[in-house]
Design a protein around this ligand. Structure first.
Ligand SMILES: [Zn+2]
Length: 57
């Protein structure tokens, strides 16, 4: 089975149930970045998202 890249926003922002999951790591990061910016008003770099929040499942 292919590895999926997942970001569970609840671990970054309390009370947010947003989850990104994609087999494409770049896509997962981009979706997560847009969500963080639009919903939480926070700017994360690709690297921060990748190293601190993205999980492989
Ligand atoms: Zn969120």
């Amino acid at each position: 089975m292919a590895t999926a890249h997942k970001l569970d926003c609840e671990s970054a922002a309390n009370d947010c149930r947003f989850v990104v999951q994609s087999e494409d790591e770049g896509e997962a990061i981009e979706l997560a970045k847009n969500h963080m910016k639009e919903v939480h008003g926070k700017d994360y770099t690709d690297e921060e998202l990748q190293t601190e929040y993205l999980q492989s499942v």
